[in-house]
Design a protein around this ligand. Sequence first.
Ligand code: SAH
Length: 250
Amino acid sequence: MSRLDVIGLGPGGAGLRTPEAEAALASAAMLFGYGPYLDRVPHRPGQSRHPSDNRVELARAQAALTVAAEGATVAMVTGGDPGVFAMAAAVCEAIESGPPAWRGIDLAIHPGITAMLALAARTGAPLGGDFCALSLSDNLKPWPLIERRLAAAAGAGFALALYNPVSRARPWQLGAALALLREQLPVATPVIFGRAVARPDEAIRITTLAEADPLWADMATCLLVGTAETRLVPRDSRPPLVYTPRRAAQ
Ligand code: SAH
């Protein structure tokens, strides 16, 4: 049988992974994915592993589809959710432009908990109203488009989740994004940096747009930026609760 499961592993350990994702992982004969994601999956006898580099999504999708079409039961793993800045779209793209036989593959996409939701849950409800998710990576889109989308989303009152804030090849983008947001929003707007959420080295920092320092982010960091309505509820000997009210004025 030709089968490809695209599996969202969630943000960290097995606790935030769905039973459906676990079942699909257990039944795969071949595992494909970015190396560090594959490292999060326990080894099972009889299962082969095919790690690949970070920025070769289309080639990775094509490799997995090729062996699936030959009859293997293949799983492609991604961090978080496969549909959020991850492999599901690359697999669809590969199928659209690939041989007709690939459309006959039994394709199942198993959702996962995406980074912004895991981080939001740690801190209260910063995405409690309308919100918007953006990737700051300009590998697949031009930087001016990212700036336009950031300004439009912040200007329209959406809370923001920012993925891919920095990488070695993209050192200045987060600083530019924060500078742009300071023109759109009150500088007291809450900003949350969440690094390695749901992993042993998790680190969460709650700050404001005025104070936010791009150096606090790395490739494993997701940022949440509130709206002018986002509130902090101080608590004794606990971090404040951050929430964006469900109601909006106008
Ligand atoms: N599909 C993934 C996102 C892949 S893009 C998901 O749904 O979460 C990679 C970006 O995701 C990282 O640069 C970071 O911004 C974010 N990210 C992924 N896992 C994270 C985690 N455990 N903690 C914080 N951010 C994370």
